[in-house]
Design a protein around this ligand. Structure first.
Ligand SMILES: Nc1ncnc2c1ncn2[C@@H]1O[C@H](COP(=O)(O)OP(=O)(O)O)[C@@H](O)[C@H]1O
Ligand SMILES: [Mg+2]
Length: 365
């Protein structure tokens, strides 16, 4: 059986690096003393007692001193682009876990029958849960929930736990490969995921962020996920084949937004798999020229640490907070988070304006 991360502890130095606490370690110790962050255990080594925080405490620490601002209103984010292997599932996982470590309540919904994000997340499922899963059957997924009316599957039964109380997921399965056929027979297929899944989830549970990890195909499952999303993040690989796919992708996306009358509050292209060679660099430059401010300022380099952290079921901030790969993700995460917050503030001010405007009836008086 795989060893769980839950008994792992984090030192003050590690926490400072993970949450990018700019000033000295002392900041963290002061925050502990003032009760801004939870109290660490003291581990005696010789004459000195070291502070050690547990994994469970990290979301509270992140909320208090992390670099991501909390999400004020529930947000649905899709990670999608047309080509496989551009780092979509990896980015979706890092975004999910990093937000969860900053205290936001996150639900990851994988939409790929290849199950890559589910395999990563399953590594973090608490032991007793995974024992159940192994002994009974595969957990219910969204296909069962949406299509099997006779069984009347409860939404609760879909939600899987991880080693973080703030991170849950709905498991993918091979049956997702036929979800598209089913959706195509529905009258309002574009709105099915929004109306039958996202709304009930947000009504019943207090998730701050729902993330769809899409499979790389333009089909009804994807368009239905996009129509339910406030934000879209599209990782594009810095290689020739990804560049070719990018043109088709952005055209499809523009048509989709027109046809559906749907605009994303937040949309970013993230150049990924960047390598030091000339070709990769010039593809990246091409993205920046063509898509300008739609591209994140930070690109994600190809780095083995990303692969390792996926295999380990931990985020880069836990696995390699010193790595250049984590620097890249911090850059991208900060940009995404800032954009989500700006979009939310714009929405709030719109609502307030409406509220403060006297109604037509009141104006007549
Ligand atoms: N920045 C990166 N550097 C190196 N390997 C990466 C990086 N991002 C993802 N990978 C690896 O590349 C493979 C494909 O990534 P994945 O995130 O599954 O892509 P997608 O979801 O777009 O198909 C995986 O083995 C993953 O671990
Ligand atoms: Mg994937």
């Amino acid at each position: 059986m795989t060893k769980m991360n839950t008994d792992k502890t984090f030192s003050a130095a590690q926490i400072s690096k993970m949450f990018r606490v700019e000033s000295s370690k002392q900041t963290l110790l002061n925050a502990e003393e003032k009760g801004i962050i939870p109290t660490a255990q003291r581990i005696q080594r010789g004459k000195t007692a070291y502070r050690a925080w547990s994994l469970e405490q990290l979301p509270l620490i992140g909320k208090a001193i992390g670099y991501l601002a909390p999400i004020e209103r529930p947000t649905v984010l899709s990670v999608f682009s047309l080509k496989g292997g551009t780092g979509k599932s990896s980015l979706a996982f890092q975004v999910a876990r990093t937000y969860a470590l900053h205290g936001s309540k996150v639900l990851m919904i994988g939409l790929d029958a290849q199950e890559s994000i589910t395999q990563t997340l399953r590594k973090t499922t608490p032991r007793e849960e995974s024992a159940n899963i192994n002994h009974i059957t595969e957990p219910n997924g969204i296909y069962h929930f949406l299509t099997d009316k006779e069984k009347a599957i409860e939404l609760e039964s879909l939600i899987q736990k991880t080693d973080l109380a703030t991170l849950n997921y709905i498991a993918e399965g091979i049956e997702l490969s036929v979800l598209d056929n089913w959706l195509n027979q529905q009258t309002r297929k574009e709105y099915t995921l929004k109306e039958k899944l996202v709304r009930p989830l947000l009504k019943r549970f207090s998730f701050d962020l729902i993330i769809f990890d899409c499979n790389p195909a333009w089909n009804s499952v994807v368009t239905s996920a996009l129509a339910a999303s406030d934000a879209l993040i599209s990782p594009l690989g810095a290689d020739i084949n990804s560049l070719k796919a990018a043109r088709i992708f952005t055209d499809l996306l523009a048509d989709f937004q027109d046809d559906m009358n749907h605009t994303f509050d937040t949309f970013f292209i993230v150049p990924t798999m960047l390598e030091a060679n000339k070709l990769s660099q010039s593809v990246q430059a091409r993205y920046r020229l063509d898509y300008d401010t739609l591209c994140t300022i930070t690109s994600i380099r190809r780095a083995v640490a990303v692969q390792e952290s996926n295999l380990n079921g931990t985020s880069l901030m836990e696995y390699a907070p010193d790595s250049p790969a984590y620097d890249d993700f911090v850059g991208v995460m900060k940009e995404i988070s800032a954009a989500i917050n700006v979009a939310q503030m714009a929405k709030v001010s719109k609502v307030n304006k409406k509220k403060s405007k006297p109604s037509a009836a009141a104006a007549e008086l």
